[in-house]
Design a protein around this ligand. Structure first.
Ligand code: NGS
Length: 275
């Protein structure tokens, strides 16, 4: 395990370090239905501004969960309480960021991740988990933490009969250290509409020799919430990042003009973006 905490955290020396071995060795399915009917019924203790810190031990992981989002309120209403229920059992320090594209321009997931990553890194998070809003983890052993290599966490999804659809897929849920994210210059800013930005990101990892790892399939299980298929981006195969010179010019270090505001809600921090 590769321990990375947030330098902003105050460690209480009278408490022990949190332990993760039992969790990792267990394989306990979480009941998907263990979700409150609405936010008002859900008043978990210890969660403030989307962030949680275990109170009986010092966590060895600090994780920013970045969720890109537009216009899927009913999914967010399920996702947020489900994730807090799931994550609190893992004894990590985490914060959920929802990065919302507020304008009506074409959806640009890469830019949203880049903006979210900048915010999380400014908040000193050493680990980023890039997370689709429609995926719910099913196994508690799927630890929400960064290891040495970037980890594709959602390898088996019910919609695909729990089969990995291709070996270099990194879409869905991916854990990567902030340092590695910056090293590959984050995501390309050029993918508009659905598809391809994750394959482009996989190319970046390959070009920088960052090998993707995965936990065993049973521990990497997710259920996907239903939704309509988005409109595909017709150019998505043409703009792939395939060398370092292209990558250096297009990414988190060269974001196009945008405006963003950050607002903390109780259960998540909302970063509202206009491109
Ligand atoms: C590929 C897309 C990826 C996408 C993956 C799975 O074809 O962006 O399907 O999508 N690549 C391109 O379009 C180039 S899924 O079936 O999960 O919606 O992530």
């Amino acid at each position: 395990l590769y321990h990375v905490t947030n330098p902003k955290l105050v460690i209480n020396k009278s408490k022990p370090e949190c332990k993760y071995e039992d969790l990792l060795l267990s394989s306990k399915s979480t009941a998907v239905w263990d979700v409150p009917k609405n936010y008002d019924d859900f008043l978990p203790t210890g969660i403030l501004n989307g962030s949680y810190f275990p109170d009986d031990c010092n966590p060895l992981y600090s994780v920013a969960i970045l969720v890109t989002y537009r216009n899927r309120q009913s999914q967010l209403d399920i996702f947020i309480p489900y994730m807090h229920n799931f994550l609190r059992k893992q004894r990590i320090h985490y914060k959920i960021y929802v990065i919302e594209q507020q304008d009506n321009k074409p959806w640009n997931k890469g830019i949203l991740y880049n903006i979210g990553a900048k915010q999380a890194i400014a908040d000193k998070f050493p680990c980023l988990i890039l997370h689709d809003v429609d995926l719910l983890p099913l196994d508690e052993a799927n630890l929400y933490a960064c290891l040495r290599q970037p980890r594709h966490m959602s390898a088996s999804i019910d919609k695909f009969r729990y089969v990995l659809i291709y070996s270099n897929l990194v879409g869905g849920v991916l854990a990567i250290t902030s340092e590695q994210y910056m090293e590959v210059n984050g995501f390309s800013n050029k993918y508009e509409g659905w598809g391809g930005e994750d394959d482009d990101f996989a190319n970046r990892l390959r070009i920088y020799d960052l090998q993707i790892m995965r936990f065993p399939p049973t521990k990497s299980r997710y259920t996907m919430l239903r939704h309509r298929q988005e409109k595909k981006n017709k150019n998505r195969h043409r703009i792939m990042s395939n060398d370092k010179s292209k990558i250096r010019l297009d990414g988190v270090k060269s974001l196009p003009y945008y405006t963003a505001s950050v607002r903390d809600h109780r259960l998540y921090s909302m970063v509202s973006v206009r491109l």
